[in-house]
Ligand binder design. Structure first.
Ligand SMILES: CC(C)(COP(=O)(O)OP(=O)(O)OC[C@H]1O[C@@H](n2cnc3c(N)ncnc32)[C@H](O)[C@@H]1OP(=O)(O)O)[C@@H](O)C(=O)NCCC(=O)NCCS
Length: 163
């Protein structure tokens, strides 16, 4: 079945919010996604179902990822890497090379994904998260160091399907 990475639409909100509630102990309010759609909010659709989403804000040549998740039943299939590879391709067209994000210190799955993509830690925000209280690791990536590698990230992951 083909994958499709496209802009998030208001008709996606129920599915997106259901994934958000499934994966995070402190889920965003639905209204947050409505305002994210005014920025760079995308969904990855697989077999007509939303398998994951990503929200980001682009300012000049920088992109801050504000939220990203893959539905639990679709995790560990390379889709997280596909989502980032598609984001990198889109942002490359806008000459964006600098990426920033925050992640819970205990979130090993996300940390490993980001390290695999080339992100590195640039800071620590003490007790940044609530429910439960936890530090945030601040990470950054400069794709201009190796543009082709990042645009091809999904290839590296071994994801079995492409857009
Ligand atoms: C983080 C997340 C998006 C990863 O999505 P995914 O589709 O499962 O990731 P992929 O299958 O593309 O995995 C890519 C790499 O990430 C790492 N990874 C992903 N899940 C992992 C896990 N459970 N344990 C360890 N490493 C993991 C691995 O390095 C993996 O590469 P490998 O398969 O060669 O080992 C997903 O686990 C998720 O939605 N988690 C809940 C929401 C969340 O934490 N979002 C991030 C907030 S900052």
């Amino acid at each position: 079945m083909p994958l499709c990475f496209r802009k998030m639409e208001s008709t996606d909100l129920e599915e997106v919010y259901s994934i958000e509630s499934e994966v995070f102990p402190d889920p965003w309010l639905r209204e947050f996604f409505v305002s994210e759609m005014e920025h760079d909010a995308y969904v990855l659709v697989k077999s007509e179902l939303i398998a994951g989403f990503l929200c980001a804000w682009q300012v000049l040549d920088e992109c801050t990822i504000t939220n990203v998740a893959v539905k639990p039943s679709y995790q560990r299939q390379g889709l997280g890497e596909v989502i980032f590879a598609e984001l990198f391709k889109l942002m490359l067209q806008r000459d964006v090379h600098y990426y920033y994000l925050e992640v819970r210190a205990s979130n090993q799955a996300a940390l490993r994904l980001y390290i695999k993509l080339g992100f590195s830690q640039i800071g620590l925000r003490k007790s940044y998260y609530s429910n439960p209280v936890e530090d945030a690791i601040v990470m950054a990536l400069d794709t201009s160091l190796n543009v082709e590698q990042h645009a091809d990230a999904a290839e590296i992951s071994g994801a079995d399907e492409r857009l």
